[in-house]
Design a protein. Structure first.
Length: 370
């Protein structure tokens, strides 16, 4: 049986973390023994994995400069006889995972890269990636577009890259349990359309563009409600902007949610206003729920959304174009329904079952090669 350690800073609720949790939960236990390690606290998703009987190690470091992480992680890798170390590309996990993995001779080191472009990226992460990637056996990209970016901008050897797309549990988003109660809890009536965005409140997600578009939409469709799902460092700034735009009564900041299928089930339209993306899980979730999508032309989004068929793609920062597409969909329910159905058909190629099998195949091939 192969032992695979998944190394993260913390398993908080986020797109990449949720992807890993679903992957870990579905690995074939007859062939794989997953272990989870967190440099800091396990987070709610780490606790969920622990409750499912998966070994979870946390608090390997007390702070960024705690050098004791070196001994703790190295001992853990050796004690658990890890065959594959799968790391997130956060600076600390990437650095310590590579150093300790090579020191104790873990057969396969693999890094998951979820980012694209350098908006909001620190020079520290850039330099650590440059230093460590030569010593990593494989780097996972989420699409062909992402692979091209990594080769051209990060100067990664194409032979080191495995394409493992993000995935979505399509079945969970086909169900609508809880949506009616959630609508009542939010105080939204049945005749009020809902436009939503699911994204961590970080600068690269450009929620201010979403809010500017919301203000424009309300001039034409005043009954519209807007849901901002997620939390993060930009929340105070965005709440202040919503107030300045006079949107307090129409925009709901609902924070981090674990019932994402029910929340997305409320949407009439899913939006993503990001400045940069790789292959965003939120767009896959909108499509799995059969919702038309309005998103920016960044990363691999044009690979997901066929313009005018399953949604609309606009240039980053163009809130007027986002507002125009939202208004068009709200005023043409037949078009919105056609796009939603087309999106759901498209997303079937990104099912969790397919991605789990692909990842298992990569693990076995790499270990057998070593």
């Amino acid at each position: 049986m192969m032992t695979v350690m998944f190394l993260q800073t913390s398993f908080r609720i986020g797109g990449a973390e949720m992807m890993w949790v679903q992957l870990i939960e579905r690995l074939d236990r007859r062939r794989f023994r997953p272990i989870v390690s967190c440099l800091y606290e396990p987070g709610p998703l780490g606790k969920r994995l622990g409750q499912a009987g998966i070994s979870v190690y946390a608090h390997l470091t007390a702070h960024r400069w705690d050098l004791r992480v070196f001994l703790r992680l190295a001992r853990l890798l050796r004690r658990e006889h890890v065959d594959v170390l799968y790391m997130s590309d956060q600076p600390l996990t990437q650095f310590w995972g590579t150093v300790c993995g090579r020191l104790v001779r873990v057969p396969v080191l693999m890094s998951m890269v979820q980012s694209s472009d350098r908006v909001g990226r620190s020079r520290r992460r850039w330099w650590i990636n440059r230093l460590t990637f030569p010593f990593v056996d494989r780097i996972s990209a989420v699409s062909e577009t992402h692979q091209t970016y990594l080769c051209q901008q990060e100067r990664i050897d194409p032979g080191k890259i495995e394409i493992i797309p993000n995935a979505v549990d399509v079945g969970r988003f086909a169900r609508t349990e809880g949506t009616a109660q959630l609508r009542r809890d939010l105080g939204i009536t049945e005749d009020e359309p809902i436009v939503g965005i699911v994204a961590t409140l970080k600068i690269e997600k450009a929620h201010e563009v979403f809010l500017q578009a919301a203000a424009s939409v309300l001039q034409r469709v005043p009954k519209t409600r807007f849901l901002i799902v997620g939390d993060g460092p930009q929340r105070p700034t965005l709440e202040a902007l919503a107030k300045r735009l006079g949107l307090e009564a129409r925009v709901h900041f609902v924070g981090t949610r674990e019932d994402i299928p029910a929340v997305v089930g409320l949407f009439d339209i899913g939006v993503l206003s990001s400045k940069t993306e790789a292959l965003p899980l939120s767009v896959l979730e909108y499509m799995a729920a059969g919702k038309p999508v309005v998103a920016t032309r960044v990363g691999s989004i044009p690979e997901l959304i066929e313009e005018g068929q399953s949604g609309f793609v606009v240039e980053p920062g163009d809130w007027r174009a986002i507002a125009e597409r939202i208004i068009r969909l709200l005023q043409d329910p037949a078009l919105a329904n056609r796009m939603g159905r087309a999106g759901r058909e498209k997303v079937m190629g990104y099912s969790m079952e397919q991605i789990v099998k692909r990842t298992e195949t990569v693990f076995e091939r790499l270990l057998n090669h070593r």
